[in-house]
Write a protein that binds this ligand. Sequence first.
Ligand code: ADP
Ligand code: MG
Length: 246
Amino acid sequence: MTEILRVENLKKSYDGFLAVNGVSFAVKQGELKALIGPNGAGKSTCFNMLMGQLKPTAGEVFFDGARITGKRPREIWRMGVGRTFQITGTYQSMTVIENVQMALISHHRRLYSVLPRAWKLYREEAFEFLKTVSMQDQADRPCSILAYGDLKRLELAIALTHRPRLLLMDEPTAGMAPTARVELMQLVADIVSEQGVSVLFTEHDMDVVFAHAHHIMVLNRGELIADGSAAEVRANPQVQEVYLGG
Ligand code: ADP
Ligand code: MG
């Protein structure tokens, strides 16, 4: 399998405190990979460096063979790295499908002067993205009345309009009930296998991680202590120590 993301010796220091201390790993094409670890382990710091939100103190990031270290978020996004946000970024005053249409207009870089035409043009395409996340029945509902889990699925549809080759999801199921967490990640797993997109996500719920992730990495105090299959990670004594509070 081809590598889509490669991270080499990544470091981030906040005023001398090394929140991320020499992290190296790869994500392959079509892989659903989890980054887990206790609160404060450095997961979000890692994600923010991959997305260009934070400048690494040291190290390199390569996306599809191209060096993206220190590039701006917009540039990285344009290259094909998508993401979902911890706080949903939907327009509450618009309907479900209108939010997807807006995303498509942005993706196709339509000018605002042709907005009414583009608007009609993208309705059908938007509907297909809603089908991907099983929200076609809610197309014309205002976002303001959506359940939280539905908002998360809509956000996923919006991220997909950009046709990312790698999707970064920092705690995609935060604030959701356990069953809804499993459902959302099942949906993500289906999209990964159907579309061949790669997904790197962080997650607290171990059931979700072990049920869906192909590979799991464990970060502790800024350092990777495991990177492997669910069975390998479960059997790792260092991981057991961290998670059983040893
Ligand atoms: P995680 O996402 O795994 O919970 P974070 O990446 O958010 O961890 O944080 C890692 C460490 O870096 C924590 O100790 C946190 O307090 C610290 N940290 C995060 N952001 C900043 C910041 N902007 N300034 C200083 N310290 C920070
Ligand atoms: Mg975090």
